[in-house]
Design a protein around this ligand. Structure first.
Ligand code: 1GP
Length: 247
């Protein structure tokens, strides 16, 4: 089976993941989003959020029925599991010091994930601060790595790789005013060889280009597309131009 991770670890290609927050869409806007996804497909669909008022399965099922893309869970908590997904980013919050988010919730989820057989990508999740409290920070009761301390971020990423995690995710926070600084991405990229995902506050092709050029392998975009689904094309074009695909 060709897993999504097999693709992700081919770092010669840049990728886009679209984060779909189930509470951010009603039936009509989700249908509209699916139309755009099929016209300008990203590489991966992520579903999740810090708190969900809707069952995650409804959105996962709609995306599975409406698109041909892999649909992965981006879990905000232990209640966001579903056998209908193709996989899960199994996030360990390695920037924090809360054992529940480092390993505790994973112990609870492991038997369920083993039964369901969905693809599991062990991911070191690093929250990077930018001056404003984020939902992840509050909900996980952890402190982010200060945005102006790249040495701490680099050492954390190195530890994640040494511990055997399969990918890293640098998170500025959903709707962040600034994305993770390119300098920090660059410093981490020099020291690790794992696939590097970056998300939070990415709203434009310029930012996407900057973060890709700094060394991000996959960018995660949520809020910007939720507000304006047509923006998918912008990210689709940026990725394709970097991958040498005609646009
Ligand atoms: C949030 O990194 C993701 O966890 C996406 O962030 O919604 O700001 O794009 P945005």
């Amino acid at each position: 089976m060709n897993t999504f991770y097999e693709q992700l670890k081919d770092r010669s290609k840049k990728r886009i993941a679209l984060l779909v927050d189930p509470d951010g869409y009603d039936d009509k806007s989700l249908e509209e989003l699916i139309g755009y996804i099929n016209l300008y497909p990203p590489d991966l669909l992520l579903v999740g959020g810090s708190i969900l008022f809707k069952p995650i399965e409804i959105t996962i099922t709609a995306l599975k029925l409406g698109t041909r893309l892999p649909v992965f869970i981006f879990p905000g908590n232990i209640y966001q599991l579903s056998d209908r997904a193709d996989g899960i980013l199994f996030l360990s919050l390695i920037s924090g010091r809360n054992p529940e988010f480092l390993i505790g919730n994973h112990v609870l989820a492991a038997p369920h994930l083993s039964r369901s057989g969905i693809e599991v990508i062990p991911t070191g999740y690093m929250l990077i601060g930018n001056g404003k409290a984020t939902s992840v920070e509050y909900m996980s009761n952890t402190s982010p790595i200060p945005g102006d301390k790249p040495d701490i971020a680099v050492a954390t990423a190195m530890a994640g790789e040494m511990l055997g995690l399969k990918s890293l995710y640098l998170e500025a926070g959903s709707g962040a005013s600034h994305s993770v600084e390119p300098d920090m991405i660059c410093a981490i990229r020099k020291k690790i060889s794992l696939p590097l995902m970056v998300g939070g506050g990415i709203r434009s092709a310029e930012t996407a280009l900057e973060l890709f050029n700094a060394g991000a392998d996959m960018l995660v975009v949520g809020n910007a597309v939720e507000k304006n689904p047509g923006l998918i094309k912008t990210f689709f074009d940026t990725r394709n131009s970097l991958n040498g695909v005609d646009v």
